[in-house]
Design a protein around this ligand. Structure first.
Ligand SMILES: NC(=O)c1ccc[n+]([C@@H]2O[C@H](COP(=O)([O-])OP(=O)(O)OC[C@H]3O[C@@H](n4cnc5c(N)ncnc54)[C@H](OP(=O)(O)O)[C@@H]3O)[C@@H](O)[C@H]2O)c1
Length: 312
């Protein structure tokens, strides 16, 4: 079996003697002599590279992306006979940590305090302003946190939120208890969003989730609510989000992902009030990638089920 692997991953990969591991750097198309590959492992590959691979790698059986979200690979046009598997589970720790960092930064207004520090200003008024009954939440203790997209990353994050005193509810495609957390479906959002202090989106980018958080659903959130989006930018109607922030109908937003990346220079999101933006850096360091690829190759050899197969 021939396995094309990003050069950064290749040194760690343990292959069977009868397998050939070919490192590639992703800056140039796959060389003609390797278009007979069985497996293509991809990590942060640019769309033109993926589209070229989809056209020219005629013997492919598996495209294994190390990203949790397979949207870029799905958009490249690989034949339906090619299995696509994602990197679900490789990013749980780092992304849960970044989500928590964004959430605490937004709730504790580190954006405002950072600006004050740069101006050498002692902004101790913040504590008093956030003390009244209608004030924005200044603590996760007792906060009602909704995690929309309750999958692998959410399962890592939820116990940490609970430890800090938050009351966590998940939203997924099917309802029921998951990891001890109550999970509901989108049909419950009209009742859930008005009772949400913090909305964390970990939704994947699919045709179904485009602008899932639109103007109507934003309007259901309390005016003090904090939005944290670490899933995909396409899931939020950014114009409606900016309107809500400017009008004071939303407490704060902390975004690691935007609809267009990099966020364009003229986007109103850059200067939206009470908004923190990080440049899609929550993940970026897959943990256990070699073990996943080795298990997938073994499964192909053995004819047993692959992990993380993406529906399409
Ligand atoms: N910012 C970053 O650097 C970064 C890094 C890694 C991942 N991500 C993003 O985070 C996403 C989640 O990662 P993960 O590993 O947790 O994925 P996951 O385990 O596949 O979880 C995705 C969850 O979304 C739910 N979902 C999908 N479509 C939905 C819909 N229409 N309505 C409600 N729920 C829906 C799924 O519900 P079911 O369980 O019921 O199917 C599942 O619980 C990825 O897809 C990726 O876009 C971002």
């Amino acid at each position: 079996m021939k396995i094309l692997v990003p050069a950064t991953l290749a040194p760690d990969l343990q292959a069977r003697p009868d397998d050939v591991v070919v490192p590639y750097d992703g800056d140039a198309p796959i060389a003609d002599e390797h278009t007979d590959a069985d497996v293509l492992v991809v990590w942060a590959a640019p769309p033109p590279f993926l589209q070229d691979a989809a056209q020219r790698l005629g013997a492919l059986r598996l495209v294994q992306t190390l990203a949790a979200g397979p949207d870029a690979v799905l958009a490249a046009g690989f034949a339906p006979s090619v299995t696509v598997a994602n990197g679900r589970g490789l990013h749980d720790g780092p992304v849960a940590e970044h989500t928590l960092a964004l959430l605490l930064a937004a709730v504790r207004r580190l954006d405002r305090l950072g600006a004050a520090q740069r101006e050498h200003r002692w902004d101790s008024a913040l504590g008093h302003e956030q003390a009244g009954p209608d004030a924005p939440h200044y603590t996760l203790d007792g906060a009602r946190v909704t995690v929309w997209g309750f999958g692998s990353i959410a399962a890592r994050l939820a116990p940490v939120l609970a430890l800090l005193g938050a009351e966590v509810t998940g939203v997924a495609r099917s309802a029921g208890a998951r990891d001890g957390v109550r999970v509901v479906t989108e049909t419950d959002l009209p009742a859930l969003l008005p009772a949400t202090d913090v909305l964390i989106s970990l939704l994947p980018a699919t045709p179904r989730t485009r602008h899932a958080l639109d103007a109507a659903r934003l309007a259901l959130l309390p005016a003090h609510a904090v939005l944290v989006n670490v899933g995909r930018g396409s899931t939020v109607d950014e114009a409606a989000l900016v309107d809500a922030l400017r009008a004071g109908r939303l407490g704060a937003a902390a975004l690691d992902v935007t609809d267009t990346e990099p966020l364009r220079d003229g986007s109103p999101l850059w200067d939206a009030p009470r908004t923190i933006i990080t440049p899609h850096v929550a993940g970026g360091r897959p943990q256990g990638a070699s073990a996943l690829v080795e298990a997938q190759v073994e499964a192909l050899h053995a004819g047993t089920p692959l992990r993380n197969v993406v529906e399409r």
